[in-house]
Design a protein around this ligand. Structure first.
Ligand SMILES: Nc1ncnc2c1ncn2[C@@H]1O[C@H](COP(=O)(O)OP(=O)(O)OP(=O)(O)O)[C@@H](O)[C@H]1O
Ligand SMILES: [Mg+2]
Length: 306
């Protein structure tokens, strides 16, 4: 039996000021545009290859809206219940008799209990929905978003027990992130959905931004960060064998340099070893020739840069 009391997923309040968030002119500009589109009532989709800052920018932009947020990660197994909500029903009841101490009764039963999921909660209260990697969910699971974004109405299953639809709160905002369709495990989003959002296409950050991020996240000095970033960018710019190390590799290498006390130099055996481990981890191949080739290229770039 449907019930009229709902449990709700609780939102989170993201801090507007995030000390480790780096704001360079490129980032400022991206955020300014995203906030403008959101203010005009359009959802924003940060789209780009791995490690281009999509999730970080989505969270930071959501924080700037100053209202509670709900986060969803897209995945293959998703159905619309994972967005809207569904019936969950298990209850355990323990009864202790205050008069007859030896009486303890435990009841377990299954009752239909509707639980609103994140999209419904965000639409109802006017929260911000951050839907990370939304194209990892099958397109059918995301169909429910079409009327939310266009007609500002959410269709709800009859099992929820009240009106069949919910009018979307005027403060509701949606921020998406997605990998380009060529990435494995990614579905092509339906055109109708893409048509209802503004997509900001991101690429790897510029050199200055990557240096600033590496310094902020690993605490290495400017000159160390410069060399580490040039190493990563040098390999990425070769665009060979699908080997595209990201700013993540620069952050990890920076943290290891800091922790181990290694010198950012081709003369430091430890640094060369760590660079090989970390940069080589970014490519997933057991092809011996490719592996050997990449190792050689990493060593070459290290020699040229530091
Ligand atoms: N503006 C920023 N300030 C500080 N750190 C940042 C910033 N942008 C990105 N980063 C850092 O760079 C790394 C990659 O960013 P992020 O995880 O957001 O990328 P992504 O595009 O979501 O990657 P993926 O597609 O793999 O999920 C993270 O470690 C993140 O903390
Ligand atoms: Mg991400």
């Amino acid at each position: 039996m449907p019930v009229d009391t709902f449990e709700e997923i609780q939102p989170i309040m993201l801090a507007k000021e995030q000390p480790s968030f780096v704001r360079t002119p490129t980032i400022e500009n991206t955020i300014k545009r995203a906030l403008l589109y959101l203010q005009a009532g359009y959802p924003v989709n940060f789209s780009g290859p791995a490690g281009t800052g999509k999730t970080t920018l989505a969270m930071y932009t959501a924080a700037q809206l100053g209202q509670p947020s709900l986060l969803i990660h897209g995945e293959d197994e998703f159905g619309s219940a994972d967005l809207v909500g569904g019936e969950f029903g298990y209850r355990k009841k323990k009864m202790v008799d205050n008069f007859i101490h030896s009486v303890l009764k435990t009841e377990e039963d299954v009752v239909s209990r509707w639980v609103d999921n994140r999209l419904t909660v965000a639409c109802k209260h006017g929260f911000t929905l951050i839907y990370d990697e939304f194209t990892r969910s099958r397109p059918q699971a995301n169909n429910v978003l079409l009327s939310v974004l266009e007609e500002r109405v959410l269709d709800l299953p009859a099992a929820r027990g009240v009106d069949g639809y919910l009018k979307v709160h005027p403060n509701f905002a949606a921020i998406f992130t997605s990998n380009p369709v060529e990435f494995s495990g990614v579905y092509r989003a339906q055109d109708a959905l893409l048509d209802r959002m503004v997509t900001l296409k991101l690429d790897h950050y510029d050199r200055d931004t990557e240096i600033a991020i590496t310094m902020a996240k690993s605490n290495v000095s400017m000159s160390e960060a410069e060399k580490i970033v040039d190493l990563v960018r040098g390999l990425r710019d070769e665009k060979k064998d699908g080997f595209t190390p990201t700013v993540r590799a620069a952050i990890i290498l920076g943290k290891i340099v800091k922790l181990s006390g290694a010198k950012v130099s081709s003369a430091d055996k430890g640094f060369v070893e760590y660079s090989l481990d970390i940069l080589d981890s970014e490519i997933n191949t057991s092809h011996e020739k490719t592996n050997g080739e990449i190792k050689k290229r990493i060593l070459n770039v290290i020699k040229n840069i530091c």
